[in-house]
Design a protein around this ligand. Structure first.
Ligand SMILES: Cc1ncc(COP(=O)(O)O)c(C=O)c1O
Length: 371
């Protein structure tokens, strides 16, 4: 394969360096590097405006954002979550001192099934942590009714959801709290970064203190916080990127549509349709390999790798099958049949705004050729 570049599942986008330089000059002259500098405050305000919410607390990454958001649950309580996610979702529950309880996904939406979640509720349940997996919406109506009926905190892992709209409303604005990631692999990045979305200023004040070691002012520390602050440098990148995101999402949409057209004629490769009402951010392009495709999902993954096409098995293995969690009663495969099935079939293909048609065809031609 010499001379042919490797293709990866994603490739971070960056704004023109010329747009960033004036902001960097400002940082260099002010020497305010963190702790809520002017660019941090501007980025936070701009996000709150774009998302139509009253509270945004920027954080240094979504993992820490989830840990802080989960502090809203009763200490030591159980939190119901999806095993079909990146491992940070469940790790955050444990780091917040809470007990994860897995419930199955709906095989259509690939997100937490409210009926399965309802079955998992006990007198010790304090919250629900569903994941808008691939930027596809959870059943926000069903989950919100469930949380309200049992007085549970509803906290969304919205790490994949930036830029997605659900029936005209930003997906990240649902729930009591919701946590975005601006990691390098996301549709918008601040290299590392994230944001907690909330809906009242009192919660925002508490989150702002929590992300700064619980410090309220020079003499007052009210809570056991940690250092989860976003730096001024990351905020500068975020501010400069925001105007480009629409255009990047459009380019992703083209990639998504072209994949669907070219893969329609490949038997055994299913492209899960986008749900009604979703204005997608096209963050991922998952396919499901079915039994009538000649290769297993893992054989396909390896054959593509040998051609320099690095797909990812998001999300395999399930979190519930990982060493720290597989002993939990709720992790039993019988409890999670849909999650286990999807995890065994799924493969995420390369998708990013500047994926060329030739590169995309390299992927689809390989899938057709092996098929
Ligand atoms: C579903 C999900 N949750 C949480 C995270 C953690 O995000 P971060 O890398 O910003 O800590 C990720 C990261 O990829 C993720 O995919």
């Amino acid at each position: 394969m010499s001379g042919i570049e490797n293709l990866y599942v994603t490739r971070p986008m960056l704004p023109p360096l010329a747009d960033l330089l004036p902001l960097l000059e400002g940082i260099w002259s002010r020497r305010v590097l963190t702790n809520g500098g002017p660019l941090h405050e501007a980025f936070e305000a701009q996000l709150a405006d774009d998302l139509g919410v009253s509270g945004v607390s920027l954080v240094s990454n979504a993992t820490l954002g989830l840990i802080l958001a989960l502090r809203q649950c009763t200490p030591g309580s159980q939190v119901i979550t999806s095993p079909f996610s990146f491992v940070a979702t469940t790790h955050a529950i444990r780091w917040a001192g809470l007990e994860p309880v897995f419930a199955d996904i709906d095989p259509q939406t690939m997100t937490l099934d409210p009926i399965a979640a309802a079955h998992a509720i006990t007198p010790n349940t304090g919250g629900i942590l569903p994941v808008h997996c691939y930027g596809r919406p959870c059943d926000v109506t069903g989950l919100s009714a469930l949380a309200a009926a049992h007085d549970l905190r509803l906290i969304y892992d919205a790490a994949h959801a930036f830029g997605a709209q659900h029936f005209g409303r930003p997906l990240a604005s649902f729930g009591d709290l919701s946590v975005l990631s601006f990691h390098a692999t996301k549709v918008m990045n601040t290299f590392e970064g994230g944001a907690i979305i909330c809906h009242d200023l009192e919660t925002k004040r508490s989150l702002d203190a929590l992300r700064n070691n619980g410090i309220v002012d020079e003499v007052e520390v009210t809570e056991i916080g940690l250092n989860a602050k976003m730096s001024e440098l990351s905020a500068a990148v975020g501010l400069v990127e925001l105007p480009y995101v629409r255009c990047w999402l459009e380019a992703r949409k083209q990639v998504d549509q072209t994949y669907r057209e070219l893969l329609a004629s490949v038997p055994g490769i299913d492209c899960p349709p986008l749900p009604d009402g979703l204005d997608s951010n096209f963050a991922y392009f998952p396919i499901l390999v079915s039994a009538d495709y000649p290769l297993s999902r893992d054989e396909l993954y390896l054959r593509l790798r040998r051609r320099g096409i690095y797909t990812r098995r998001y999300f395999f293995p399930l979190i519930s099958n990982m060493a720290p969690y597989k002993h939990l009663p709720s992790a039993a495969p019988e409890n999670l049949p849909h999650a286990n099935e999807v995890a065994a079939r799924v493969l995420c293909l390369p998708i990013y705004p500047d994926l060329s048609l030739d590169d995309l065809r390299r992927v689809t031609d390989s899938l057709a050729e092996f098929g």
